[in-house]
Design a protein around this ligand. Structure first.
Ligand code: SAH
Length: 513
């Protein structure tokens, strides 16, 4: 990336507690121009997508040396890259300066005379307050909050924690890194006079779809944790404010909270869908399918574009956003622009395709009112195109319905504007998760993708689908038919044939289960 002379080269950035949306704008901005991202293991994977595609991404776990000797390696890597003129983002869980050793990294940079900036992050305790709807301070119950490490054993030499003071602390205790030592921590607090009936709780992976929480009195907290099976990383909360939490916090009340959903849209289209599902509470896995490829030979398309310029077509009918983009990309590559379309009318199969036209400052003359399928489009178009000449820019293959239907009343030709590849990039991690039953909803956004995805299913996965443990959710009855043809049951079909319709079908199904 082009270095900005007004900015330092190294950024120590807080990634927040786990939900990608909880990183700061400044963090996202500097990540967006990083050459090297050195990230902690707990940093949400989706945040790394914010870095340029060309950026090198290194998990500090993979650096040589075991914790705590790893730190010199991290420092060294930061310094080397920055000295070489790279923009480096050191991405750390929560806030860099709260139990994050960010101070040591800053010190190493200072010693190397490298300018840096520290971007704060939402620390686990603050996120826990928000997602559990638990007031960390309270007019009546807590005038202070203490962020405490549970990592230091009470009998460790040089231990700096004053358990007597903590037991008497007039507020909420938020104890980090304490799950493995919970019995010792509880014991110390009780020993120093904290009442055993003090309200307490644990939240594991707060702010993520994997979040789990358990509440009990301080005296019974370890039993409750064990029964609920909560593990690290988790935060322990102790104090009267814990009893003031909302009974059904908003975060866990979302319709897909904790549900595991697979998104199979192609990589460049998946981001929006992943975000929507995550906002509904889902844990999303991705296995991108059907990549779009530009044409190997443009001769036919170029001829059609000539005809469009000559005003030989009355209608251009687009059946996908990809088709719109490929069409105009080629027009622009030929050094021409939308004026070539003149009075040609435009139709779009649905709102997403109409949006793609809008990207080129064009308004669709016709979008079917509700059914966003070839049939719906044909029905809506027929009264308008009678006796006219209609061009259908489309993928190298697809259904023939539109051409057949419209041919009854108009002169229709198809032109291939992009190539659709059926390949599903088989992702072993995702297939393993399916085999183990760790993904419940598989979303299928087109018949081609459905065929591609199902081709990767082995007997174990098919068995789970047949027994209803994995639910196949289809964007439309056509996609549903493609699934049934391959001998597998369809759990739900969207009633509106859009991405939002597909998501709504998952929500609806989850609500019924
Ligand atoms: N710098 C981080 C803390 C790093 S220490 C911050 O500001 O949040 C790691 C500990 O933080 C974990 O052992 C756990 O106690 C806590 N932690 C981090 N993320 C968490 C999360 N999402 N939910 C609960 N605890 C979390």
């Amino acid at each position: 990336m082009n270095p900005d002379p007004s900015e330092p080269r190294v950024f120590l950035v807080g990634a927040g507690p786990g939900s990608p949306g909880l990183m700061t704008l400044r963090g996202a901005e500097v990540l967006g121009r990083a050459d090297l991202v050195l990230y902690d293991q707990l940093v949400p994977a989706r945040l790394l997508d914010l870095a340029p595609a060309t950026a090198e991404r290194v998990c500090v776990r993979d650096l040589p040396g075991q914790h705590p000797d790893k730190y010199p390696h991290i420092h060294q890597r930061l310094i080397e890259a920055a000295t070489a003129g790279k923009t480096v983002v050191r991405l750390k869980g929560g806030d860099p300066l709260i139990f994050g050793r960010g101070g040591e990294e800053a010190e190493a940079l200072r010693a190397a005379h490298l300018p840096y900036e520290i971007v704060p992050g939402v620390t686990a305790a603050l996120a826990a307050g928000a997602v559990l709807e638990l007031p960390l301070t309270h007019r009546l119950y807590a005038s202070a909050i203490a962020l405490v490490t549970g990592h230091e054993l009470p009998n460790k030499p040089g231990n700096k924690l004053d358990w007597k003071a903590l037991a008497a602390f007039p507020g909420t205790l938020a104890i980090y890194m304490g799950i493995a030592r919970l019995p010792v921590i509880v014991n110390e607090l009780l020993k120093h006079g904290k009442p055993p009936d003090t309200p307490a709780g644990i939240v594991e992976r707060a702010s993520t779809g994997d979040q789990r929480s358990v509440f009990a009195t301080l005296g019974e907290l370890e039993d409750a944790r064990r029964n609920a099976g909560l593990e690290a990383p988790g935060l322990i909360l102790v104090g009267d404010t814990v009893a003031q939490r909302a009974p059904h916090p908003w975060f866990e009340a979302r319709p897909l909270f904790g549900r595991r959903v697979l998104v199979t849209r192609p990589a460049h289209q998946a981001a929006a869908m992943v975000k929507k599902l995550e906002h509904l509470g889902a844990v999303v896995a991705r296995m991108p399918a059907v990549e779009i490829r530009p044409l190997a030979d443009f001769a036919q398309l170029d001829r059609a574009l000539e005809q469009v310029r000559a005003g030989e077509w009355d209608w251009l009918v687009f059946t996908s956003a990809n088709g719109v983009r490929a069409f105009f990309d080629r027009l622009h590559a030929l050094d021409r622009d939308a004026r070539d379309l003149g009075r040609t009318k435009l139709a779009a199969i649905g709102p997403k395709t109409a949006d793609a036209l809008r990207e080129f400052r064009l308004r669709a003359d016709l979008v079917p009112p509700s059914t966003f399928s070839s049939e719906g489009l044909a029905e809506a178009l027929k009264p308008h195109v009678s006796g006219t000449r209609v061009l259908l820019p489309r993928a190298n293959r697809g259904r023939d319905v539109l051409r057949t239907e419209l041919s009854q009343v108009a002169t229709v030709e198809q032109v291939t504007v992009y190539e659709q590849v059926d390949a599903v990039e088989p992702d072993d991690a995702v297939l393993d998760a399916l085999r183990r039953g760790e993904i419940r909803y598989v979303t299928l956004p087109s018949p081609n993708i459905a065929r591609g995805v199902l081709a990767g299913f082995d007997e174990t996965i098919r068995g789970r689908v047949e027994r209803g443990e994995i639910r196949l959710v289809c964007i439309s009855p056509i996609t549903g038919a493609a699934v049934r043809e391959l001998g597998l049951p369809v759990a739900a079909e969207a009633t509106t044939f859009t991405e939002d319709g597909l998501i709504a079908a998952v929500v609806d199904l989850a609500r019924r289960e």
